[in-house]
Design a protein around this ligand. Structure first.
Ligand SMILES: *Cc1c(COP(=O)(O)O)cnc(C)c1O
Length: 411
């Protein structure tokens, strides 16, 4: 049945139920069809699959382990927490999984250049890494405001050989960077490839990025079964655009496991203070596809916020919207405070500093552990937290007290 699911979703036009599709300017339609065709032929070839497998093993360091967080679990009094360690993937997060796939596809298609936008710079760094590996040019569009905020990632991209294009229009952040990247791609779609950073955007990207991320779930399901002789009772991942989550979830859709996608409820439930798209959004169109969308009365994307910059997108992958409506996955929220506490608790109990994005998933697992006292919980630890340390110390200082409170609460 799983196989049927993947053949059925998305359909030929790129829809997952009513979500997805490709709402594109006429000039781009043919080029996106070419990418779809290339994906459906080249990426299924033996040569492509062998090369990608070899890259995953020898360059990325896959498989990443599943780890039983014993000290954390002992603190919780019954529930068992397991972590899928995507933080140990090369470059420190799951994003390289799809960037290496996109880069390899571009190489097989004879493209010379990879183009993308980046918000916090994580996607830009992963794509610049892939471009360096494949010997392709790389052009990353980034708002000037984000460039100032995320300076170390700008340096990383430049070290890796990427051409970072500052975007100075509008609010100088992600939305303008997307427009700028699309404009540049439109100038030369023959020799360049546009590479999206999550399971979002026009068809075929939500499908293509999912397929390259499925390795996370395929590995984790087997590893967990090997370790325990059973399947996890609960599965948890954070959802920004939704790529790390769909990577893990996709392997368990036919299993009895309960699945939870965690969105950021930020600093309050007011518009502009969170990015909980599934909980507060309504169907709409953004960046060429249909999904739940945080929007104003005019249907324009609303401002969003999260302590984790990788989660603050007003839209969400169309497959997640479908999984919400079909009730296979529950979408829940975690706020900044609980995220921060999980960040400290995991660092202190296990010696693993999680990305703030991933800390949302850990925080929900801690909540769940109270309700599901003797169950297992598999969490996707999508990335490591080194990138967040300066931000945390500058904005939150040393919150030993917060951590101690949490330890007391959970004990
Ligand atoms: C970018 C990022 C995310 C959010 O992206 P998804 O597509 O929702 O997975 C989550 N975790 C980390 C570590 C990231 O860098």
């Amino acid at each position: 049945m799983n196989k049927e699911y993947f053949k059925k979703f998305p359909d030929e036009k790129g829809f997952f139920g009513q979500y997805g599709g490709a709402f594109l300017p006429p000039a781009l339609i043919e080029h996106f069809k070419d990418i779809t065709h290339a994906y459906l032929t080249i990426s299924k070839s033996h040569r492509f699959i062998s090369e990608l497998r070899s890259i995953r093993k020898h360059y990325q360091g896959r498989p990443t382990p599943v780890y039983f967080a014993e000290r954390l679990s002992n603190m919780l009094g019954g529930a068992r927490i397991y972590l899928k360690r995507e933080d140990l993937n090369h470059t420190g997060a799951h994003k390289l999984n799809h960037c290496m796939g996109e880069g390899l596809l571009a190489k097989y298609m004879g493209k010379k250049k990879l183009i993308a936008e980046t918000g916090a710079g994580q996607h830009g760094v992963a794509l610049a890494t892939a471009a360096a590996y494949f010997g392709l040019e790389c052009e990353i569009h980034m708002g000037e405001v984000d460039m100032a905020k995320e300076h170390p990632n700008v340096i990383r991209m430049k070290l890796l050989g990427a051409n970072v294009i500052p975007v100075s229009s509008g609010l100088k952040t992600l939305k303008e960077a997307v427009d700028s990247a699309f404009e540049s791609y439109l100038k030369d779609p023959e020799s360049s490839m546009y590479c999206i950073g999550s399971v979002v955007g026009p068809h075929p990207f939500p499908m293509l990025v999912r397929e390259f991320q499925r390795i996370v779930g395929i590995e984790a399901r087997e590893q967990f079964f090997d370790m325990t002789g059973e399947l996890p009772d609960n599965i948890v991942a954070c959802v920004g655009g939704g790529s790390n989550a769909i990577g893990l979830f996709s392997a368990f859709l036919d299993d009895p496991s309960e699945i939870y996608g965690v969105e950021p409820s930020g600093r309050s439930f007011k518009p502009g203070d969170h990015a909980a798209t599934m909980t507060y959004g309504k169907p709409g169109v953004i960046h060429g596809f249909k999904c739940y969308l945080l929007q104003n009365e005019k249907g324009e994307p609303a401002p969003v916020y999260s302590i984790a910059s990788g989660l603050d997108y007003p839209g969400v992958g169309p497959e997640h919207c479908h999984l919400k409506d079909s009730e296979r996955v529950k979408y829940v929220t975690v706020d900044d405070q609980d995220c921060l506490e999980a960040f400290y608790v995991l660092s202190r109990t296990e010696g693993i500093i999680p990305a703030l994005e991933s800390a949302h998933a850990v925080a929900y697992a801690l909540k769940l552990a109270k309700e599901k006292k003797y169950q297992s919980i598999l969490v996707n630890l999508s990335g490591r937290g080194d990138k967040d340390i300066d931000f945390i110390t500058e904005n939150y200082g040393y919150t030993e007290e917060q951590m101690q409170n949490r330890l007391k609460k959970t004990a």
